[in-house]
Every structure is written in structure tokens, then in C-alpha cells.
Design a binder for this molecule. Structure first.
Ligand code: FES
Length: 122
């Protein structure tokens, strides 16, 4: 295993994405949400879009009545998704699991924070 220095913790705000080139033709996106860092392959499982460059939003929940009619939507504050900017496929931020195709999962990489520095572990 190798550690790649990605930057200082303070370099990351909620909208920062650092794309790390790794190996041949491979990119990993590192992002920060709150105090946590996440890293995933930056290749969407739909058509290869730069998924890690998408926005992070709460999972959309549709509220139904007893007859299964939609009463409106709410956004989860605990389950977050990253949304691919090409066609909107959503992936669970914690696991990388695709929301619409649960058998698909983005490749996740460990992130290590040490002495104020962020490292991608590959
Ligand atoms: S390439 Fe990501 S949603 Fe299509």
C-alpha cells in the first residue's frame, strides 16, 4: 500500500474536490463532508463520468399516503449521496452503493489524516 499526499486539511472546504491521478488512466476523487474525508474512483458506473466532481445532497425521500400517492419530497440529513454531474446517477457517500442499481458500487479508497495532512491510501 502507498500513501499519496493530497493536501492540508484546511485546503478542503465542503465544495473542494481533489482529483488524484493514480496508475494508468485512473483517477480517484477525494472530498470532505463535515469532518470526514471520502475517496472514490472518479469513474461513474453508468457511462464513466467524473462522479466525484458532482454535488453532495441528502437522499431524496418521497412521502406517500396510504394509497401510495406522493405527498411531497424531503431530503435526508443523515444519508448523503454524491450525484454524478453527467446524468444524475446517485451513490451513497458512505458506501459508494448506487441508489438506482444497488448491485453497483463505486470503488472506495481509504483516506488517512495525519498531523493536518490528508493522504489517499492506494
Ligand atoms: S455517467 Fe454518471 S450518470 Fe451517466
Amino acid at each position: 500500500m502507498a500513501e499519496i499526499l493530497v493536501g492540508e486539511v484546511d485546503d478542503f472546504d465542503q465544495d473542494t474536490r481533489v482529483i488524484v491521478e493514480w496508475g494508468t488512466n485512473h483517477e480517484v476523487g477525494v472530498l470532505r463532508v463535515g469532518d470526514e474525508f471520502f475517496a472514490y474512483s472518479n469513474r461513474c458506473l453508468h457511462q464513466g463520468g467524473p462522479v466525484c466532481e458532482g454535488i453532495v445532497i441528502g437522499k431524496v425521500n418521497v412521502n406517500l399516503d396510504n394509497e401510495k400517492r406522493a405527498l411531497g419530497r424531503t431530503f435526508s440529513t443523515t444519508e448523503l449521496h454524491i450525484v454524478c454531474p453527467w446524468h444524475g446517477w446517485e451513490f451513497d457517500l458512505e458506501t459508494g452503493q448506487c441508489a438506482s442499481e444497488p448491485s453497483l458500487r463505486l470503488r472506495k479508497f481509504p483516506v488517512k489524516v495525519d498531523d493536518g495532512r490528508v493522504y489517499l491510501v492506494v
